[in-house]
Design a protein around this ligand. Structure first.
Ligand code: R5P
Length: 280
């Protein structure tokens, strides 16, 4: 088996190859003078099972992924598995207002047409999986985050909105602590309004768990409620840490912030490579 990574996941790809005792295959990945990308796979993958690892975020990484998939096909790979650690465009999986693009479908259908199977990790909503049009599964990375969170001795897991309820309930079960679900209304891309209902957090250690942290608005709003309620320590954890704009500043209300390596950054504390290796 061969593992090939695009530029979003050189480190994760290498760890994955090691976990699976597979070859980590290099790629010539550069641009032409006009800015178009050039891809060349450096090992002979003819008749081989190939795993390609790459995010669909930001936009230019989508082109890179498509070119790698095409290169692998042209080289005669026996099977092609695409692992998308962070699936960009996953939050636009339905039409919220008439005239909108179903962006998740646009991206997923093209990728799915170029490979045999797809794995995502804690994808925003499993509804997206059918858009690939090939075998597609979501890997639950919660086990990895839970392992890390145990060290903080949390008293409760906080779901910052209804959408994160199932994921948080699973994590709370693994941590053997209760889960509390908050209610969130999104006002705009950067602003949310959250209500907590009846919750006693005085003196407790709370962990807010979400799939994505983008502007930090969702987590910061929930964390402020917990602080006002007297929580002693507040941690924020996510699988996909985008941390755009002034997210770091907004999240100062938390004692610590942790995210996985589906998007590598300063808050990356744990790897999803073992979960991917298991699933593969
Ligand atoms: C949305 O439903 C997601 O699960 C996250 O809650 C959201 O993407 C977080 O975004 P932000 O950090 O900008 O509030």
């Amino acid at each position: 088996m061969y593992v090939i990574s695009g530029s979003t996941h050189q480190r994760l790809g290498a760890s994955l190859a090691e976990e699976m005792d597979a070859e980590f295959c290099g790629v010539v990945n550069r641009h032409f003078p006009d800015g178009e990308r050039y891809i060349r796979v450096l090992m002979d993958v003819n008749e081989q099972d190939v795993v390609v690892v790459q995010n669909t975020f930001p936009d230019k990484k989508i082109v890179e992924l498509l070119l790698i998939l095409q290169a692998v096909k042209e080289a005669g790979a026996k099977t092609v598995t695409c692992v998308i650690p962070y699936m960009g465009y996953s939050r636009q999986e339905r039409i919220f207002q008439s005239g909108e693009a179903r962006s998740a479908k646009a991206i997923a259908s093209v990728i799915g047409g170029m490979c045999d199977r797809v794995f995502t990790i804690n994808v925003h909503t499993p509804e997206i999986l059918k858009f690939f049009g090939c075998e597609a599964n979501d890997i639950n990375g919660s086990r990895e985050v839970v392992r890390y969170l145990k060290g903080f001795g949390p008293d409760m897991v906080i779901a910052p909105d209804e959408g994160s309820k199932d994921r948080c309930t699973l994590a709370a079960d693994l941590l053997k602590v209760p889960v509390h679900v908050m209610k969130k209304v999104r006002i705009d891309g950067r602003t949310v309004e959250t209500s907590s209902g009846q919750i006693n957090v005085k003196g407790s250690t709370a962990v807010i768990l979400d799939d994505i942290i983008s502007t930090g608005g969702t987590i910061a709003t929930a964390a402020n409620i917990l602080r006002e309620g007297g929580a002693e320590r507040v941690f924020a954890a996510c699988t996909h840490g985008l941390f755009i704009e002034d997210a770091a500043n907004r999240l100062r209300v938390c004692d610590d912030i942790l995210s996985s390596d589906t998007l590598e950054g300063v808050y990356t504390r744990f790897s999803v490579a073992p979960a991917i290796a298991d699933a593969l």
